[in-house]
Design a protein around this ligand. Structure first.
Ligand code: HEC
Ligand code: HEC
Length: 162
């Protein structure tokens, strides 16, 4: 009798588990980056952002910011043997290409020792430098530039509203 009860109980639990899993499967997905639908549904990918903005060099938001790339980088190859960014931005090529040279920090290794060539630490340029598009932000962004932060601190210290 005891065995039968245990068997019934485990069957009921298994059934409950399956129903629960099924429910999760059909649950509507949160409206995050992927809008609507259920968790299991495959939806068409959103369209790619358009061409990058070519608006000229942009003001930095804080002193150590890697400047954003002010030009298109489509098909610019960066791999083990070839770094197309350096065909314009390297020390030797920058002047003739009319491009800003990579700064001295790009020649430093992790001990701040300046090397003769761009440091391997800085080889993959797009790790830090990215072009900008006019795509709408995917999530709310309350980033403030260093000037906005300083302005706010100044107002507060003078007793103004934060
Ligand atoms: C054909 C030459 C060329 C190539 C290749 C090139 N750039 Fe540039 N880049 C330029 C020029 C010219 C400027 C300056 C644009 C201006 O003044 O409007 C520039 C500007 C920049 C800046 C802005 C610097 C600043 O201080 O604002 C960054 C960052 C940059 N490029 C990164 C890259 C990266 C990363 C790659 C490779 C994926 C790359 N560039 C490939 C020519 C090039
Ligand atoms: C680890 C992050 C990182 C990587 C990788 C990197 N950079 Fe930078 N880059 C920066 C930062 C931060 C600055 C601004 C401060 C500075 O000069 O160090 C900068 C500045 C620059 C500037 C502006 C220099 C100036 O004097 O105004 C150019 C051009 C540039 N980088 C190009 C490149 C190229 C080309 C590569 C790839 C070979 C590259 N960077 C790789 C972080 C990076």
């Amino acid at each position: 009798m005891k065995r039968l009860t245990a068997l019934c109980l485990s069957a009921t639990l298994a059934w409950a588990g399956v129903t629960l899993a099924e429910e999760h499967y059909r649950a509507s997905a949160p409206d995050g980056l992927r809008q609507g639908g259920t968790v299991a549904e495959t939806q068409p990918a959103p369209p790619m952002a358009g061409q990058s903005r070519e608006s000229g060099r942009e003001v930095l938001n804080y002193p150590e910011q890697p400047p954003v790339v002010p030009h298109n980088i489509r098909d610019y190859q960066v791999d083990l043997r070839h770094n197309q960014c350096l065909t314009c931005h390297s020390r030797e090529n920058a002047v003739s290409a009319g491009a800003p040279m990579v700064s001295v920090t790009h020649f430093m290794d992790r001990h701040k020792q300046v090397l003769a060539a761009v440091s391997p630490d800085r080889y993959f340029c797009t790790q830090c430098h990215v072009p900008q598009t006019d795509a709408a932000p995917l999530v709310e962004n309350r980033f403030q530039t260093v000037d906005q932060v300083l302005g706010e601190m100044l107002r507060e210290s003078q007793g103004g509203e934060p």
